[in-house]
Design a protein. Structure first.
Length: 262
């Protein structure tokens, strides 16, 4: 269905994998990939059977090495460059706002836009072999997929300035130490470990997950008062769901809940 991405559903686990599928180009971004991700997100947003999304790259070498500079050419004007940055902003913001929790399964190189799309995800799990960073300044550019805004919120402003201004390349271990990723797993068990984490998330009520995600994201971009207002509203909404009744019943009966997303 898509030229540059694969959407693989695992209905038995309530999960799906969205795979950037340009391994011969290290899964770098071109206009076709941006368009295909957008179309896939529209499909995922509407799919009530996908409770957790895993985003990864095809092959073992790269998650995504960033923008495919050969696709843009030396004739790119400042106006065109700004337009491309705005396209990336909109796409990565959609990932951040996606109802489902999104796991960036970083399986290899994640530089530039590849690192930025991971920053837009809710969780970042890296294989031990990973190298990642926002390295655009080395090319006399800067991160233009939201990296200058999201990275300080994730690792702090001083570390973000160091990372961006010095074009730092981090190993998986270093990325874990500064909070750029939240988990590092062995190369040989990478997919299994990522799926296990996704299955753990998908065992929870999807409604509670979605509302919790919205409230936490609100804390980053809105006022404290608005955040509390959304939290109270979301808390009240959950009391009208079948999942709430199931969760309380399972707790009282000392069994695992079986959520329906209703």
């Amino acid at each position: 269905m898509y030229e540059t991405v694969l959407l693989k559903r695992e209905p038995e686990h309530k999960t799906a994998w969205l795979v950037l599928n340009r391994p011969e180009k290290l899964n770098t971004f071109n206009l076709q990939l941006i368009e295909d991700i957008g179309k896939a997100l529209t499909e995922i947003e509407k799919d009530r059977e996908i409770w957790v999304l895993i985003l990864t790259g095809a092959g073992e070498k790269a998650f995504s090495a960033g923008a495919d500079l050969t696709a843009y050419g030396a004739g790119t004007t400042p106006e065109k460059a700004q337009e491309l940055a705005t396209m990336a902003h909109k796409l990565f913001h959609r990932i951040e706002k996606l109802p489902q929790p999104v796991i960036a399964a970083i399986n290899g190189y994640a530089f530039g836009g590849g690192c930025e799309i991971a920053l837009a995800c809710d969780f970042r799990i890296a294989a031990e072999r990973v190298k990642m960073g926002l390295t655009e300044v080395r090319l006399s550019l800067l991160p233009a997929g939201g990296g200058t805004q999201r990275l300080p919120r994730i690792i702090g402003i001083a570390r973000a300035k160091e990372a961006i201004m010095l074009s730092k390349r981090y190993s998986a271990k270093e990325a874990l130490e500064i909070g750029l990723v939240h988990k590092v797993v062995p190369n040989e068990s990478f997919e299994e470990d990522v799926l296990n984490f996704a299955k753990e998330l998908a065992s929870e009520s999807p409604i509670a997950l979605q509302l919790a995600k919205q409230c936490i994201n609100q804390s980053l971009y809105g006022s404290f008062e608005k955040g509390l207002e959304l939290e109270a509203k979301s808390f009240g909404k959950l009391f009208s769901t079948k999942d709430f009744i199931e969760g309380v019943s399972a707790f009282l009966q000392k069994r695992k809940p079986k959520y329906s997303g209703e």
